[in-house]
Write a protein that binds this ligand. Structure first.
Ligand code: ACO
Length: 364
């Protein structure tokens, strides 16, 4: 086989699969999820609704929002029943790593689809680990609540969310539930393409999500805001970071050449929440300074705000602990991963790219 020497390293612009699930237009700054614009979707649909659309498109057989709600409630209930076993796998690990270990222990259950076992279990695992890190016992799920409301309730215990807070997390879940062929979705599809099961696919997808260049960015965004500390330090701090060659977390994207549309959706959600106005004003100033500094330091490479910047502000406003940010992202993205894995299993070929060999040739 001839390997094309022009193959873009990093696979920029390479179509790895056909999908009916989501589309990112990086030039226009548009994201379509299951046939609708992300902004409209976040205002009009909850997580169960968008998951119904994704699962229907991914599996090729229609499933209603009510069925998704019932299955996710049952998935949360079953995961809680198995929690001692799941938490044992996570013992001694950080929340991010423990989530990986516990997720890897999920398995097929009688009478519930694999996607519902997985997506139902993830908030139970994430919230139990976050509470365990503080020495608190896990809180049992309430299958009558929405996935988002129950996530916040399991996290907080008695001090459950207000309706506005539950709606804000629901809007976040919808906004980040799927995003084209991002690194974690690609990973999940590669695994599914080998005909491995959904549990293997989603565990692998989560592993790819944890890196700071992908879903691990929100915690460092807050660390950056903390390190900057005050308005007069914004410009010198950013200049020093760029001079050192550091990347500013929450900025830049492989596909978007303009602002990530999800940043605006999430900024509006934080504003509506009415919480932490001081933090939001400070963050907006850091954002403006960072965009200006990036435009100056990389004039040929448009680098704008990505989803992770306002994810950090929103999850912080919802009092979600920083260590749980990536697992909470995974709770939402698992809707997309499971749909992509099913779509790959139905329509896809084994994903097996080539590499460019730059090592030594054997001696003649
Ligand atoms: N801050 C400073 N410089 C940056 C940034 C940034 N945030 N992003 C890219 N650059 C620079 C690179 O260092 C590179 O410089 P060079 O040409 O001098 O080497 C140049 O811009 C081009 O960068 P690429 O590596 O081509 O960008 P790529 O498409 O591979 O990276 C990525 C995209 C990983 C998101 C990058 O912008 C980044 O690291 N951002 C910060 C981390 C982050 O916010 N991650 C979350 C992304 S959203 C998500 O995954 C859910």
């Amino acid at each position: 086989m001839t390997i094309q020497t022009k193959t873009p390293i990093g696979l920029d612009g390479v179509a790895a699969a056909e999908t009916a699930l989501s589309h990112v237009d990086g030039e226009k700054g548009e994201l379509i999820i299951a046939g609708d614009h992300v902004g409209r979707l976040a205002r009009s649909t909850g997580f169960e609704g968008v998951t119904a659309r994704l699962w229907s498109a991914g599996s090729g057989s229609a499933i209603t929002e009510a069925e998704v709600r019932a299955r996710l409630g049952e998935g949360r209930r079953r995961a809680f029943a198995r929690l001692p076993q799941l938490l044992a796998a996570a013992e001694g690990l950080s929340v991010v790593d423990g989530f990986r270990a516990a997720t890897a222990c999920l398995r097929a259950e009688h009478g519930l689809s694999d996607d519902a076992v997985i997506v139902g279990a993830l908030p139970v695992i994430a919230t139990a680990l976050a509470r365990h890190a503080k020495g608190d016992a896990p809180v049992a799920p309430d299958a009558t609540l929405s996935h988002a409301a129950d996530t916040l309730r399991m996290l907080r215990g008695n001090n459950g969310p207000t309706p506005d807070e539950a709606a804000a997390l629901d809007a976040y879940f919808v906004t980040v539930c799927d995003h084209g062929m991002n690194a974690s979705t690609f990973t999940a599809r590669v695994v599914a393409s080998t005909r491995a099961d959904l549990f293997a696919s989603i565990t692998a997808g989560y592993c790819a999500l944890t890196g700071p260049l992908h879903g691990g960015a929100p915690e460092p965004v807050l660390e950056m805001l903390d390190a900057i500390g005050s308005e007069e330090r914004i410009v010198p701090w950013i200049d020093a970071a760029l001079t050192r060659g550091d990347r500013l977390m929450g900025f830049g994207h492989r596909i978007y050449r303009v602002r990530d549309p999800r940043a605006d959706v999430l900024k509006a959600v934080v504003e509506q929440l009415g919480a932490s106005t001081k933090q939001l004003t400070f963050a907006a100033k850091v954002e403006a300074a960072a965009r200006a500094a990036l435009a100056k330091s990389k004039p040929d490479r448009p680098l704008d705000t990505n989803v992770e910047f306002y994810t950090a502000i929103l999850l912080d406003a919802l009092a979600i602990p920083r260590q749980a940010f990536t697992p909470i992202f995974a709770v939402a993205r698992a809707a997309g991963w499971t749909a992509h894995a099913r779509e790959q299993q139905r329509n896809g070929r084994l994903l097996r790219p080539s590499s460019l060999y730059v090592g030594p040739q054997p001696a003649e």
